[in-house]
Design a protein around this ligand. Structure first.
Ligand code: NA7
Length: 546
C-alpha cells in the first residue's frame, strides 16, 4: 500500500510565489514544506514563456523580490526591462541562494486536493497517484499559466510546426527561411512578432482585436542608475507597496479634460518618449471616464497612423472597439514599425474569423494562407484556469470548480468559503494581474505566512473564510469595477477570451495600497471574516473565534 507523506504545509507551484512561500514557511516558521512543480525548473511563468522577445513590462529594478536586502544589492540587472532568460537566471539564483530546490519536487503535477474535516488536513493526490498530507495547502499556480489554443477546426491536420508562446520549447526555434503565421496580438504576439519578422522569410499576423501598445524605450541599465535605485530601495519599495499598481510612476496631471490642451499633448509626448506603462497614468480619469479615455486613445491611434506607412494597415491596427487600458496595455519594441517591412502581412479577422487550419496553413474568408509554422499567441484561460485544472474539494467534498461555475468567488482573493486552510496566492478578487505581480505576491505570501503562524500559535485547526464575508467582498470587487470602463472590453480580465467562461471581472481594482491596508486590517482585527476553530478537544468547548 502506498504511504501518504506528511508535511506541515504543501505548496503548489514553484514560480515567484511558490519560491517565496517556501522560504517564509520553512526558513521563518520552521515548517516542513513540500512544493510540487510541474516544470523541471523554478520560475513559473518565466519558465514556460520562452518565446522570442519575451520580456517583462515592469522595470527590472522593481520586478524583483524586496524581502532580502542582500539579494537586492548583489543582483545586477542589465537592461531597463528584463528579458525572459534574465528573469529565469534570477529565479535560479534565488533558488540556489536560499537552498530552495531540496524541498521542491519538479516535473510533478497535482491532480487533486481534498480537505478532510475530521482531521482538518488536506490530502494532495499527484499525477502518478502518490499522496501527501498537510494541515495547510497553498496554491501558487500563477494567473496566466493555463495556455490556450482555440479549438480551430482542422488543427490536427496541419503538417508544419506549431508553438504556443506560453509553452515554448527549451531549444531555440529557427525561423530562418520559413513562412510563419502568428495568431494573436496580445502582449505575447506584440513582443514576438518584431523578433520573428527579423528572422523569418515571411510573417503573416492574424489579428482579431487590435491592441494599444506603448513603446518600451528599453535600453541597457547603467551602473549609475542601478546604484541610485539600490541606495534608495527602502523608500522606493515602500512607495511601490502603497501605490495603485505596485510601481512608482510620476504623478498624474489631473483629469484629462481639465488639463490645458497644450500641456496635455506635451505630457503625453514626454511619457511616450520615456516609454513604459507610466504613459497610462498621465491623467487620473483615463479608465473611469469615456471622454477622458479618448484623449489618450486618440494619441496612440495618431502614433500608429504616423508610424505605419500603409494607411489601410495602419487603420486595421488602430484599436477602436475598447477603451484604452481596459485590455492589458502592451509594451513593445518596434511593434507598429514592423508592419512597414516587406516580409510582414496583416490579416484582420474581425467579421472574418479563421475558418479552419489546413494541412498547409490557415483558411480565412475563403483564402488559403500557406505557412511552414504556426505560432499561437492566443493567451490563457486566465486566473481561474490554473486552479480549475486541479480537482480541489473542500468541506463535504464540495468542488471549487463547481463553486466557481458562475465565476470565481473568494474572500480577499486569498481564501474561499468551504475550503478551510486553503490559501490562494493572487487569486481572483485580489489586484494580481493589475499590478506588479512581485509586489502582490510578496504581500500575499507575507499575509498567508502570518495567518499560518497565528493559527499554529493559537492552536487553530481550521481557518475558514465565512460565506457572508466572501459575498460582501465579491460585491465590493464588482462595485469597484462597475465604476470603471474595464467591463466594457471583451478581455481576459472578464473571462471573455474563453468561449463559455462566465463574464465576471476577476481582479480587484481598488489598488494594491488600498488592498494591502484592507488585508492588514482584517488580520489586525483577529482575521475578521474568517471562522477560526480550535483544535480538538478544545473545539467542542468553544470556537476560538467566530
Ligand atoms: P492575450 O492578451 O489573451 O492575447 C491573446 C490574443 O490571441 C488576442 O489578440 C486574442 O484576440 C487572440 N485570439 C484568441 N483566440 C483567438 C481566436 N480564436 N482567433 C483569433 N485570435 C484569437 O494573451 P497574451 O499571451 O498575449 O498575453 C497575456 C498576458 O501576459 C498579458 O496581458 C500580460 O499580462 C502578459 P482577442 O483580443 O481575444 O480578440
Amino acid at each position: 500500500m502506498r504511504t501518504t507523506r506528511e508535511y506541515d504545509a504543501i505548496v503548489i507551484g514553484a514560480g515567484f510565489a511558490g519560491m517565496y512561500l517556501l522560504h517564509r514557511l520553512r526558513d521563518d516558521l520552521g515548517l516542513r514544506v513540500r512544493v510540487y512543480e510541474r516544470g523541471d525548473g523554478v520560475g513559473g511563468t518565466w519558465y514556460w514563456n520562452r518565446y522570442p522577445g519575451a520580456r517583462c513590462d515592469v522595470e527590472s529594478m522593481f520586478y524583483s523580490y524586496s524581502f532580502s536586502e542582500e539579494l537586492e544589492q548583489e543582483w545586477e540587472w542589465t537592461e531597463r526591462y528584463p528579458t525572459q532568460p534574465e528573469i529565469l537566471r534570477y529565479a535560479d539564483h534565488v533558488a540556489d541562494r536560499f537552498g530552495l530546490r531540496e524541498d521542491i519536487e519538479f516535473s510533478t503535477s497535482v491532480r487533486g486536493a481534498r480537505y478532510d474535516g475530521t482531521t482538518d488536513t488536506w490530502t494532495v493526490v499527484l499525477e502518478d497517484g502518490r499522496r501527501a498530507r498537510a494541515p495547510f495547502l497553498v496554491t501558487a499556480v500563477g494567473c496566466l499559466s493555463a495556455a490556450r489554443v482555440p479549438d480551430f477546426e482542422g488543427l490536427d491536420s496541419f503538417t508544419g510546426e506549431t508553438y504556443h508562446t506560453g509553452r515554448w520549447p527549451h531549444e531555440d526555434v529557427d525561423f530562418t527561411g520559413k513562412r510563419v503565421a502568428v495568431i494573436g496580438t496580445g502582449s505575447s504576439g506584440i513582443q514576438a512578432i518584431p523578433v520573428i519578422a527579423r528572422q523569418a522569410a515571411h510573417v503573416t499576423v492574424f489579428q482579431r482585436t487590435p491592441n494599444f501598445s506603448v513603446p518600451a524605450q528599453n535600453g541597457p541599465l547603467s551602473p549609475d542608475e542601478q546604484r541610485r535605485v539600490k541606495a534608495d530601495y527602502r523608500r522606493l519599495r515602500h512607495a511601490a507597496r502603497v501605490s495603485a499598481a505596485g510601481v512608482v510612476t510620476p504623478p498624474a496631471l489631473g483629469n484629462a479634460l481639465e488639463v490645458d490642451e497644450e500641456l496635455r499633448g506635451a505630457e503625453l509626448d514626454r511619457r511616450w518618449a520615456a516609454g513604459g506603462t507610466a504613459f497610462m497614468n498621465t491623467f487620473t480619469d483615463t479608465v473611469t471616464d469615456e471622454e477622458a479615455n479618448r484623449v489618450t486613445a486618440d494619441y496612440v491611434r495618431d502614433r500608429i497612423r504616423e508610424t505605419v506607412k500603409d494607411p489601410d494597415v495602419a487603420e486595421l491596427l488602430c484599436p477602436k472597439d475598447h477603451p484604452i487600458g481596459t485590455k492589458r496595455i502592451c509594451v513593445d519594441t518596434d511593434y507598429y514599425a514592423t508592419y512597414n517591412r516587406d516580409n510582414v502581412t496583416l490579416v484582420g479577422l474581425r467579421g472574418n474569423p479563421i475558418e479552419r487550419i489546413t494541412p498547409s496553413g490557415l483558411r480565412v474568408g475563403g483564402v488559403d494562407h500557406e505557412v511552414d509554422v504556426i505560432v499561437f499567441a492566443t493567451g490563457y484561460d486566465a486566473m481561474t484556469g490554473p486552479l480549475n485544472a486541479i480537482d480541489i474539494r473542500g468541506l463535504g467534498g464540495i468542488s471549487l470548480r463547481e463553486e466557481w461555475a458562475d465565476g470565481p468567488r473568494t474572500y480577499l482573493g486569498v481564501a474561499a468559503a468551504g475550503f478551510p486552510n486553503l490559501f490562494m496566492v493572487t487569486a481572483p478578487g485580489s489586484p494580481s494581474v493589475l499590478s506588479n505581480m512581485i509586489v502582490s505576491i510578496e504581500q500575499h505570501v507575507d499575509w498567508i505566512t502570518d495567518a499560518i503562524a497565528h493559527a499554529r500559535r493559537a492552536g487553530i485547526a481550521r481557518f475558514e473564510a465565512r460565506r457572508e464575508a466572501q459575498d460582501t467582498w465579491v460585491e465590493h470587487v464588482n462595485e469597484v469595477a462597475s465604476h470603471t470602463l474595464y467591463p466594457r472590453a471583451a478581455s481576459w480580465y472578464m473571462g471573455a477570451n474563453v468561449p463559455g467562461k462566465p463574464r465576471v471581472f476577476m481582479p480587484y481594482l481598488g489598488g494594491v495600497g488600498t488592498y494591502r491596508r484592507i488585508c492588514d486590517e482584517v488580520a489586525g482585527d483577529g482575521y475578521r471574516g474568517f471562522t477560526l476553530t480550535a483544535a480538538a478537544p478544545a473545539r467542542s468547548a468553544r470556537p476560538a473565534r467566530a
